[in-house]
Design a binder for this molecule. Structure first.
Ligand SMILES: C[C@H](O)[C@H](O)CC(=O)C(=O)O
Ligand SMILES: [Mg+2]
Length: 394
């Protein structure tokens, strides 16, 4: 069977929302005094944009095959990732058959290993990998979830991440994950405020609705244990990313000391099968949360998920919109998905990568039927109203 080759790869950057969902305008819940590792410096406490959380912007990787088929994907990484894609990774893609996904992944990873392995380089590599899966799906005229083995359930179910789980409940979600607002530098008073927010939200949503805290790497072990203990009486379902992603030992201890029934989750800033093997083998958490745009793409997520499955761990990918949905619907050990609320006041459902994609499906009453994913590739298009900038060529 003759398979087209990949003729062109192009990398673009775009600002304002998109895959860099922290790149929002003022007054957004996602940038309102959220605890971070930088919150120990009072001048960087009120806004994450003040320390540069949105400095990179979105990376768009576009591929064109010899038969004219095109594919694309978006992730974070912006201009430095565009440089890596154009100047380094393109050589492994152009000229290859569009079915050579595994080989291209291997070449991209090992060619960059001396300066890569995690972070920006793996974001860039993930963007290329996702664009390859999109291209393969477009060429075969099949959705990516078919290529992954097919849906194991007729619909996805979502929890929502926002400052307003009470509104998420009204919108039909199964739970609400709130950002933690006060870190250890704000002492006992901050801790009490965190617990008071949880207690107030519990009173608003009732006892059955899931509530979780996203700590975005901001805590140290003792604080995390204290927070978990005090949050337990308010029915906190899980404590997420409490510690630095490098502190595998801290996570292992937190998991040991967390109140019975409370889950420890982490992994959105972890990458590759080797990073997740460490989390799993050191018994760091109950749920791993790889971001398919950051962990090594779909090719790597398949491997990460298989490792987790063999150990009985759940995989609930971080954000990532359609790139997650096509995966989650195909895996028994991913029973639900995350939806990040991008409306500034978290009071309505807007597409997660708004405004960058057209046809981006969103949950209705907290659910999304597989039919919404039944389009070739990942089923989305770039919005021509968003200005793409190509900073490098090769
Ligand atoms: C709300 C969190 O601080 C972050 O912006 C998103 C995140 O970590 C998640 O969705 O998980
Ligand atoms: Mg998180």
């Amino acid at each position: 069977m003759s398979v087209p080759t990949i003729k062109h790869l192009r990398a673009f950057v775009v600002r304002g929302g998109g895959a860099d969902y922290h790149d929002q305008g003022g007054g957004h819940w996602i940038d309102d005094h959220i605890a971070t590792p930088m919150a120990r410096y009072p001048e960087y406490r009120q806004s994450r944009q003040s320390f540069g959380i949105n400095v990179l912007g979105t990376l768009v990787v576009e591929l064109e095959a010899s038969d004219g088929t095109t594919g694309f994907a978006v992730t974070t990484g912006g201009e430095p990732a565009a440089y890596i894609v154009e100047k380094h990774l393109a050589r492994f893609v152009e000229g290859a058959k569009l079915t050579d996904i595994e080989k291209i992944w291997d070449q991209m990873y090992f060619a960059t290993q001396y300066y890569g392995r995690k972070g920006l380089v793996v974001n860039a590599l993930s963007g290329v990998d996702l664009a390859l899966w999109d291209l393969l799906g477009k060429w075969r005229r099949e959705p990516v979830h078919h290529l992954l083995g097919g849906a194991v359930r007729p619909e996805l179910q979502f929890y929502a991440t926002s400052s307003r789980p009470d509104l998420s409940k009204k919108l039909g979600f199964i739970g609400g994950k709130m950002p933690l607002h006060h870190g250890p530098a704000e002492g006992e008073e901050g801790l009490q405020k965190n617990i008071a927010e949880l207690a107030e939200m519990r009173a608003r949503v009732g006892s059955d609705f899931w509530l979780m805290f996203d700590c975005w790497m901001s805590l140290e072990l003792n604080y995390a244990i204290k927070l978990a203990q005090r949050a337990h009486e308010h029915g906190l379902k899980w404590i997420e990313e409490a510690l630095s992603p490098d502190d595998y030992w801290g996570y292992a201890e937190l998991k040991k000391q967390a109140p019975r029934g409370m889950l420890v989750t982490t992994g959105e800033h972890e990458a590759t099968r080797w990073g997740f093997r460490m989390l799993l083998e050191m018994d760091c958490c109950d749920i791993i949360q790889p971001d398919v745009g950051w962990c090594g793409g779909m090719t790597e997520l398949i491997k990460i998920s298989a490792l987790a499955d063999a150990r009985g761990a759940l995989v609930i990918p971080h954000g990532s919109s359609v790139y997650s949905y096509h995966f989650v619907i195909t895996r028994h050990n991913s029973p639900f998905a995350e939806f990040l609320m991008m409306a500034p006041k978290a009071d309505e459902v807007v597409p997660m990568f708004n405004p960058l994609l057209l046809d981006e499906p969103v949950p209705v009453q907290g659910r999304l039927g597989v039919g919404a994913l039944d389009k070739p590739g990942f089923g989305v298009r770039l919005n021509p109203a968003c200005t793409l900038h190509r900073p490098y060529t090769h």
